[in-house]
Ligand binder design. Structure first.
Ligand SMILES: Nc1ncnc2c1ncn2[C@@H]1O[C@H](COP(=O)(O)OP(=O)(O)OP(=O)(O)O)[C@@H](O)[C@H]1O
Ligand SMILES: [Mg+2]
Length: 259
């Protein structure tokens, strides 16, 4: 699976959110997209996921033009994502949150679920089993029956990402998964992201402001500023890049030191 962003621009009214952005994402890589607030990172995720159409440019996956595919096809077949703000069903259990994420893949019609036919019961049982396996794999096995809102914040994030893994999509988009996590939780997140790539072979695109997480886990970075790609390379190169320090990293570390 290869993902290519070709000369993508996005204009909202008078605001140019992205301007001729191009890059390629290697299959099975952990790829970071960084830059200051308003740089256009979430907008690019929304274009890849099919929420917005680009004003110009194209998104190619294995030679297929994604920008011509409807959003629901992309979510089903190729792209999974999490959002900048956690979106769980807070009053459902951990297991139920995963099973809900599987429902667009189940074949039974609504009417069968209403009458709880034997086919529906069989599908539901296999969905629960698969959900349990996923939770065991990613360390939430002993939390299955807990209500989602009762989990510590870091585990809610891990649950949300685990739910995104139930589709067979090749690419996983994570928008600021470390926001609000403490150091212990973000170290666990780093291990978790690596495990998703190593065990499931997914390609991961990560938008993140926590540079500890970014520099530890990402193999390749693209830096956006005001909708323009200002740099691309390995984390060690990006950390030394003058333009990136000026536009983002320098300011960021100065703010953090001052706060
Ligand atoms: N739906 C929209 N309508 C109008 N303008 C938008 C919309 N979405 C984003 N923008 C604008 O596009 C620009 C890029 O925003 P975006 O949310 O992509 O930035 P970001 O890099 O994700 O920032 P942050 O790090 O704060 O999340 C901003 O100027 C924003 O105000
Ligand atoms: Mg954003």
């Amino acid at each position: 699976m290869s993902l290519k962003i070709n000369d993508v621009s996005k204009v909202f009214g008078g605001v140019v959110a992205l301007s001729d952005v191009s890059f390629s994402v290697e299959p099975r890589s952990i790829f970071g997209l960084i830059g200051p607030n308003g740089a256009g990172k979430t907008t690019l995720f929304n274009i890849i996921a099919g929420v917005f159409k680009p004003t110009r440019g194209s998104i190619m996956m294995d030679g297929r033009h994604l920008e011509n595919e409807p959003n629901y096809l992309r979510i089903d077949r190729s792209i999974a994502r999490t959002f900048q703000n956690i979106r769980l069903f807070p009053n459902l259990t951990v297991l139920q949150n995963i099973v809900v994420g599987m429902h667009n893949k189940l074949r039974c019609a609504m009417i069968e679920s209403l009458f709880r036919t034997s086919r529906w019961r069989a599908e539901e049982a296999s969905a629960r089993e698969r959900a349990s396996e996923l939770l065991d794999t990613f360390g939430l096995g002993d939390r299955k029956d807990d209500i989602a809102r009762s989990l510590p914040y870091g585990e809610q994030r891990i649950l949300e990402i685990t739910r995104a893994l139930v589709t067979d999509s090749n690419v996983l988009l994570l928008d600021e998964p470390a926001a609000g996590l403490n150091n212990v939780e973000s170290a666990r997140l780093v291990d978790f992201i690596r495990m998703i790539r190593n065990k499931m072979g997914r390609t991961i695109l990560l938008v993140e402001h926590d540079m500890n997480v970014v520099m530890k886990v990402c193999e390749h970075l693209v830096v956006l500023d005001h909708g323009v790609k200002i740099a691309e390379g390995e984390p060690c190169e990006i950390q030394k890049n003058k333009q990136v320090i000026e536009a983002y990293l320098g300011r960021k570390f100065a703010d953090e030191a001052g706060s």
